[in-house]
Design a protein around this ligand. Structure first.
Ligand code: NAD
Length: 360
């Protein structure tokens, strides 16, 4: 039977547990497609890029890699980084290169609490907690602007400048994205994260754009919170959050805090979106390559598998995404959990339980 819709996906497992969780996500998506009675199928092409490729060839991805990737419907990414290669080389040479070249300016990182997973937050037991971090993904502190100089003056004299870039266009598009997202949620609220008390140029511009855009969304509640206070709020009053929009660095840190509050970094999902769809978007777990547990079958695959659900949503397959999320919840609720969330199941155990639960 031919499939009505075949999605061409570029898989880039990259390093460490990235290879384990991407394999898990692929198995789950193929099972979902297999049970769809020909409604959909995935045509995978896997690329061997990452730190191993760097050690063999001197580059993190092929020179024509972006050209090759641009014709895919989406990219399914694992994690990049290995102790043998400096992190700034591996990150800039692959993940950031793809995000920036494909203008994946909106990074959506839901903070989702699962049944059966114990949160370090006491109030998670009896409070409905569910918020999403919207991260500006193209500029801010990760614009890569700056340089190092003066090392010729001798040991101890080198200087480094790392500038953050805040453009009105870049701030406005991510803030509007956050407001549009809030309109589709039960709680229509956007919290803007700032640090304009100390950073009087970039973050003041960010605040001004936020106030201006907010006027176009009178039906959406707003607040502007300093990043330090927001980190406390994540822990103390998370029930007051719905959509949290923040700069590249602030959202990077806050979303890790969010996933730790939900129980583990291994659970956190993310979508790097090019909302105009001029380029493929990229779906990946939030976590890194976890060298401390890599290769032992201990990696939690839920972050990667949940990121596949975000990919299905991006393809307009909301029902399939919901089915996949339900299978994840049923699996976690039944206590089939990896050690990072207090269980003793392996990556393979969790993956096959999720596949079994797709059929329910
Ligand atoms: N998006 C990315 O590709 C990405 C993100 C973060 C870090 N990194 C890279 O990953 C490498 C390791 O970085 P790190 O140690 O700071 O962060 P990390 O996310 O790899 O690991 C942090 C902790 O979380 C645990 N963990 C992570 N993923 C897990 C999973 N799926 N299941 C269970 N436990 C999990 C690890 O065992 C470790 O204790 C570095 O090279 C870093 O640059 C890459």
């Amino acid at each position: 039977m031919t499939s009505e819709r075949t999605f061409r996906i570029a898989a880039i497992p990259a390093d460490g547990v990235g290879t384990e969780v991407v394999a898990a996500g692929r198995a789950v998506l193929d099972a979902l497609a297999g049970a769809s009675h020909g409604e959909l199928a995935f045509d995978w092409t896997e690329f061997p890029w990452g730190c191993g490729h760097y050690e063999r060839t001197g580059v993190m991805m092929d020179e024509d890699g972006l050209e090759t990737l641009k014709d895919f419907d989406a990219i399914y990414f694992g994690a990049v980084g290995w102790p043998t290669v400096p992190d700034h080389i591996s990150l800039w040479g692959l993940r950031l290169k793809i995000c920036q070249s494909f203008d994946q300016w909106a990074n959506v990182r839901p903070v989702h609490f699962l049944p059966g997973v114990v949160s370090p937050l006491r109030k998670a037991d009896d409070t409905e907690l569910d918020w999403v971090v919207v991260r500006e993904n193209s500029e801010g502190e990760y614009a890569g602007l700056g340089g190092r100089n003066l090392s010729a003056r001798g040991p101890g004299n080198e200087v480094a400048v790392q500038s953050a870039l805040f453009t009105e266009v870049g701030s406005e598009r991510i803030i509007r994205f956050a407001f549009d997202l809030a309109r589709g949620r039960t709680r229509r609220k956007v919290s803007s994260v700032t640090k304009s008390n100390a950073q009087q140029y970039g973050m003041v511009l960010w605040d001004e754009v936020f106030a201006r855009v907010a006027r176009d969304y009178p039906d959406v509640e707003t607040e502007s919170v300093l990043v330090d206070a927001m980190s406390a709020k994540f822990v103390l009053r998370p029930e007051d959050l719905s959509v949290v929009v923040a700069s590249n660095l602030h959202a990077d840190i806050l979303s890790d805090l969010g996933s730790a509050l939900a129980g583990s970094l291994g659970l956190a999902t993310s979508a790097n979106l090019n909302p105009e769809r001029r380029f493929p978007s990229m779906f990946e777990p939030v976590h890194g390559s976890a060298p401390d547990i890599a290769g032992r079958g201990l990696a939690n695959p839920i972050g990667a598998i949940g990121s596949a659900a975000l990919m299905l949503e991006h393809f307009g397959l909301a029902d399939h995404a919901a089915r996949l999320r339900k299978a994840i919840e049923t699996t976690a609720g039944a206590g089939v959990l990896t050690p990072d969330v207090g269980g003793s199941a392996t990556t393979a155990d969790v993956t096959s339980a999720i596949i079994d639960n797709l059929a329910l």
